[in-house]
Write a protein that binds this ligand. Sequence first.
Ligand code: ZN
Length: 499
Amino acid sequence: MNRFKKAITLTLVLVFLTMVVAGCNLNYIDKASPSLTCYTLKLSYDNENHVLSGVQRVQFTNGTTNTLDSLHFHLYANAYRQDASHLIVSPNYVQSCYCYGQSFGEIAFDWVKVEDTAVAFEIGGTDCDVLIVPLSKTLYPDESVTVEMVYEISLPHIKHRLGFGENTVSLGNFFPILCMIDQTGSWQDTPYYVYGDPFVSQMANFDVSLSCDSDFIVASTGTLLTTSTEKDVTTYTIEAKVVRDFAIVMSKNFKVLTQTEDGVQVKYYYFDDDDPATALAFAVNSLKYFGDNIAKYPYDTYSVAQADFCFGGMEYPMLSVISAETTAKIETVIHETAHQWFYNLVASDQIEHPWQDEGLVEFLTQLYLDQCGEVPLKESMRKYLKNYTTYVNVLTDYLGKLDTTMRASYKFDTEQGYVYMTYVKGALMFNSIYDACGKDKFFNALRRYFDDCKLTVATPEQMQASFSSGYGADIAGFFDSYINGENQLVPLKGKEPSS
Ligand SMILES: [Zn+2]
């Protein structure tokens, strides 16, 4: 083989390998889609009364090894009821969330049908926040069932995931979504806990139509398929395949900036931003960075939308919500973008182990800020360590002792405790692994985590196994020393990685 031929052959092999790798990257979405639950939502928003009407069909296949006699759906909209027992915000956020005064919301059902027959459904759970749909016959593994329901959701006038403000209507965690099923076949009827994001859900497909006043501009999960307008009402049809949730933010004041990069249309919806190009650039570039280093972003659109929102930001599949009032716009855009990988594509139990995605995503945000020349990682991590140490020392002096475990979100009794143990300590833990591994091994570990756990809800053990493999030695004990609460943050050093 002469040199020329060899070069040609090598080029062809490289092109072929690139195609195979690119194909493999995205094939997992197409492969997963047919076996997933399908939600068909026909939504109509009445902007005068702030009521969302929904006709929802759910096609569910029992993918467990247990039989099921009912389906359970979270009704997060009922967390906004006046008599809800769980608060929707901690005292720190009451003022910013309820800035228009007290306001409440809820979901009410007209009927629920199973296979076209009306059933006597029940509103259960510990806080009237679970819809229990009895099945007419036992659903065996691999058997399917179709459930239909008609409901109205009244929106509270608040700055939260679900509600309307002076600029935006936020429809986050609004529709009845299937609860998780544990290994014994029991439905996980978890309520709406006040700290963190109290949501865990399986991947699903969504076909959504939304009718609303024509002067609304709509940002959402999914890809817009069609738009039609009749008498000042516009109907959008939207499709989202293999995503964990579906959310919408709409506004009559939105302006939109768009940039297409690597086949992904990135949109920034804003109503109050003097420098929208910067937010868009950070969304585009961080999406590319995480795509290049972890796994290609597998969808064709990604939207970032400003909202009347009391927290900094909130992640949804293919959609990140950013508070118009945040003083950390760039960090929030990067943080929520990183969640596209670690919340959506690889989920974890955000209630039991909130550090697993939040700690990692917080670290990845600081790592990206370092890589793009904004803030050196050493500097940000020094600040995180100083803040963490000050918090622990001050509260230990004051209280006598402090629980520094990285624990379930419902085990915290203050917002600060949740933030320091989940985000700050979590980020410091991942930084220590990064310090010990270096960038290449760290991302090898993350790619392994992604490959092993994509489209599932990963356990902490699966994450630890991936990082142990990236590091070259078992580091489950290192994770435990952080998670189980030793005050001293011992760095992952002292033994050289084996290779
Ligand atoms: Zn987050």
